[in-house]
Design a binder for this molecule. Sequence first.
Ligand code: NDP
Length: 475
Amino acid sequence: MAFDYDLYVIGGGSGGVRAARMAAATGARVALAEESRMGGTCVIRGCVPKKLMVFASSFRELPAQARAYGWDIPEGHFDWQAFRTRLNGELDRLEGVYRRLLDSSGVEIHDARARLIGPHEVALADGRRFSAKHILIATGGRPERPDLPGAGHGLVSDDVFNFERLPERILIVGGGFIACEMACILQGLGVRVTQFYRGAQILRGFDEEARGLIAEAIRARGINLRLGTDIAAIGPKGSFADGMDVPAAEMQLGLGRATIGAGPFTVQSTTGELCDVDQVLFATGRRPNTEGLGLEELGVGIGRRGEILVDDYSQTAVPSVYAIGDVTNRVNLTPVAIREGMAFVQTVFHGQPTPVDHDLIPAAVFTQPELGAVGLTEEAAREQGPIEVYAASFRPMRSAFAGGDGRVLMKLIVCSDTRRVLGCHIVAPEAGEMIQLAAIAVKMGATKEDFDRTCAVHPTMAEELVTMRNPVRKF
Ligand code: NDP
């Protein structure tokens, strides 16, 4: 049977775009459908604008630090509108780059929503239909609000980049990547931030010592971090007073789309407190975009979280249909989606079956300071056998000189038997940059002695990683 294309990609995010380009480079005829802006979550409403906001917010402490170093610098004022205009300009530019990359690779772009109507057939919202030998779903995910009264009043991370003006007070709900990063960013931009996290410590899954240090730093910045506290309901300001319940109409608001700028609100916490804020931001996780794609009708397996079920080669239960990235809810990170896309192309278009290697993926949380991690946490490693823990926590030179008492952490988890470094955990400014390099050594299987025979770079924070002589704990 003759197909219109060799590959039809649904979703123009990091994973979909890379797979489309790499497949087209093999001479395949490729089309890609995107219903929104090219670049997806990472470029348009995730990593990229977030990191630019991290940079914007990090200038807040610079004048004071600079003055301690002898500079005559006055306190500044942050202009959100000016920043947002530049931010939007940058996102437009990047979207253009993505489009040109696809164009120059020979990928046909369809600016429309697509859904599957057969194992080899897609239908676009504009009525067009196409056939393809292979279909790749890379539709990503979206933020999810919890189901509680008045939840529709709350914003999600997508909305933050569209603020007309910054709120004076915000409540951030959640203790994961987005909640912690946004708490630091918004506080740095001058917003009064309260953060509710339902568990005992933020950043579940990361090394406990590192989590503790980040929580300490978050509080030291002035963020009102409330652990063991969740949100029970949101209503317009004044709701819930004298035991008054949330108005019935508000209950209906449920999970609808938020109206930006509609505050102030009164929030009721699970601990029974009331607090008034201008905005509530839910950073309570993301959900794969699988609805309305015609997947279940076709026999593509869908998991409990709404994710597409795939095998090691990203193939679904329908042999011509593959899926990569956040829509498969494996490891929801841009570089992982890209690697899954490349492995898919290697498997299908180069005839070399290539499973995706999900082992030892480094990650960074762009809080201030940052948290970088690769490999096992101390807690997970303890379960696996005898380990030694090497850790150094200290006040870094740059901020200590200026009177800051913030601490950094350099930590290695070492297997007592093989001497391999099983995990590396860094809390420090630029920990994201550092962990990228440490991850190479850890991925190569470096031992503690390999670290030790590497000469230190002095004076740096990271030199501690190669100068820690004695374990602080053994298990
Ligand atoms: P996470 O899964 O990281 O965190 C979700 C948080 O919300 C957790 O603290 C969770 O608590 C809490 N939560 C979940 N459901 C509820 C609920 N019903 N009520 C109250 N709290 C709730 O999700 P994020 O939204 O922060 O980020 C999504 C993903 O995006 C990340 O996992 C990551 O893969 C990716 N990401 C990566 C970044 C990076 O690389 N720097 C930056 C941003 C996002 P609990 O721990 O108790 O489950």
